[in-house]
Design a protein around this ligand. Sequence first.
Ligand SMILES: [Zn+2]
Ligand SMILES: [Zn+2]
Length: 168
Amino acid sequence: MKLLVTKLWFPYNVRTTLAGLFEIPQIQERFDEGFLYDGEMRPQDIKVCSGYWPANAVLDRLPESKKDVYLVLTSMDLKGDYGRIHGKGYNRKAIASNNSFLSGAKNNIFDPRDIDFQAMTFHELGHALGLSHHDNDSLNHCAMPLGSHSWSSLDKIRFCDECYNKIK
Ligand SMILES: [Zn+2]
Ligand SMILES: [Zn+2]
């Protein structure tokens, strides 16, 4: 399976951002064909409400895929069904915004190895592959429970065995 990557107003390096994501072992295993950068998407006619881009409308502009998974990287603020979100995933498509994961005086420095950003992206890819939220199990760490799990490093981020078996 391949990860098809596109960007939407993402003024950062796509390849180094993906290199960070691919430090997660289950990403390497699942996306054994790596990623393919497909350029910038320019969705037309999307109604942007008070500066927030509607995540569903962006994802719905992507082609359908039966085999691979699409990932949109953006620096725009995103809106979900009820309010601001960092990312979203369903139906083999995911979007992740790094806008809450920037640092520096001008809030414009992005670390492509930012653990929280990559864990959020990983979570949304889980949704894109059909996984749902579930309760936290401290003995079987997983990126799918809601709430912030603090991972100690990129290579520790994972789905629990039950989730991972579902997407194998
Ligand atoms: Zn979720
Ligand atoms: Zn799980």
